[in-house]
Design a binder for this molecule. Structure first.
Ligand code: MN
Length: 194
């Protein structure tokens, strides 16, 4: 997989309340995106704390990443912050399986032979988790495209044109999505893997 990512803060802020992590681990890849509540430094504190916890989990567990455990640790660690919505994806290259867990409004799309739009659960990590946390799993196919973004990115971009316009690198595509579909009224961040 090759990943590209791009983000920028809401107009008038210098720091983004969104934060992301793309990490190669023993089993494959761990991808995380967090959107701290609100904007500015306090939002960034929450999302960066989440990512540092996730990063520590990735280092500690290596091949056995349990997304529910990661979420539980984030929930405990973010209690003293504003809280964040979080999306986690794990690509297990050995078993050729994707898994994802989303709490709150983080948008995940996957393009593969099969079209998948996993449904996230409501909640705020650090304050209120949903009753049931669903881990979605689906097979990995070579050539899959994964897109994970915050709610500061409008969702009306065309997945088909993204795929047919793949003359762009994933990094260029990430920058183009933010440029064209990023809402000026929110922090906006996107991760694309292919
Ligand atoms: Mn947001």
């Amino acid at each position: 997989m090759i990943f590209g990512a791009f983000g920028r803060p809401i107009e008038g802020e210098f720091v983004s309340g969104d934060a992301y992590l793309i990490r190669e681990i023993e089993s494959g890849w761990l991808i995380a995106l967090a959107d701290g509540l609100g904007h500015g430094a306090a939002a960034a504190e929450a999302s960066e704390k989440a990512l540092s916890i996730i990063d520590t989990c990735a280092g500690a567990h290596g091949s056995e990443v349990d997304l529910r455990d990661v979420l539980r640790l984030c929930h405990a660690g973010l209690a003293c912050t504003r809280g964040a919505v979080i999306g986690l994806c794990h690509l297990n290259l050995k078993d050729r399986v994707w898994s994802s867990l989303i709490v709150g409004n983080i948008i995940l799309r996957v393009l593969s032979d099969r079209r998948l739009n996993p449904v996230p659960a409501g909640g705020i990590v650090g304050h209120k988790l949903p009753k049931t946390v669903h881990v979605a799993e689906w097979p990995y196919c070579q050539g899959d495209t994964l897109i994970l973004h915050t709610d500061g990115v409008r969702e009306d971009y065309s997945m088909d044109s993204l795929v047919t316009e793949w003359g762009l690198t994933v990094q260029q595509a990430a920058e183009r999505i933010i440029e064209q579909y990023g809402a000026k009224t929110d922090d906006a961040t996107v991760i694309i893997g292919r």
